[in-house]
Design a protein around this ligand. Sequence first.
Ligand SMILES: CN(C)C(=N)NCCC[C@H](N)C(=O)O
Length: 280
Amino acid sequence: MTTQRTARPRHYLMCRPSHFTVTYQINPWMDPAKPTDTALAVLQWERLYALYQELGHTVELIDPVPGLPDMVYSANGATVLDDRVLVANFRHAERKDEAAAYQAWFEQRGYQVVHAARHTNEGEGDYLVAGDRILAGTGFRTDLAAHAEAEQVLGAPVVSLTLVDPRFYHLDTALAVLDDGEVMYYPGAFSPESREVLRELYPDALLAEEADAEVFGLNAVSDGRNVLLPETAGNLADRLADRGFTPIGVDLSELLKGGGSVKCCTLELRHAPAAPGGAR
Ligand SMILES: CN(C)C(=N)NCCC[C@H](N)C(=O)O
């Protein structure tokens, strides 16, 4: 019998790709010699933005900043748990200034804790909240030392996972949280030790094949029932359907040129009810 899945309304932060282009290379997917089409990127992004709202989710927006073309990947801006925000501290100079924009956005909304990170971390690119724990990537972008800082600031136990394949440079390219206790991942992206950790924590996980991982199929967003993922990850979509999820294919081919897809464009805001007199 197929498991019945229940969607939970979510709250997301997105950034319109008004200034999207690829003029530098900080991951293997980016090629500045390949032309980009900003108008098409905006159109594809608008479809994702509309889709979330059609599914009953709330989406807030942060203003894109000229000269910060990667700001569309809002998942990298911070990690939010209840009323606590750990702001990103980007590895590469090209993205460093994004942190101030994200920090200001959260401060203006009256979050209790808005922590400017001491250690290099790239937000939900490497921190995925999975029920009561945080799965944390390291190896390419987020420093291992940052994981202890995340645990302290966000107040949840962190499980460190080491990424070993440069194509999958953020945890959210290699693993997606489908529900509090359920994940899908591509084993080949992880060190043998981390594969063992994942096997123990999630013996029933959906294991993705390389072909689906390579088209960023794991860069997916789930609300517990609907799973939005790149439309090219057809095999993975079928396997999600077998497990009772509703896969929804999305075309973000322009944003793939920057090395990101659905999840990268989506930062989840998980917060407690605003305190009396709070700004939200
Ligand atoms: C799924 N991924 C990797 C993300 N969470 N973010 C995409 C960041 C892309 C940007 N050009 C960079 O290389 O930082």
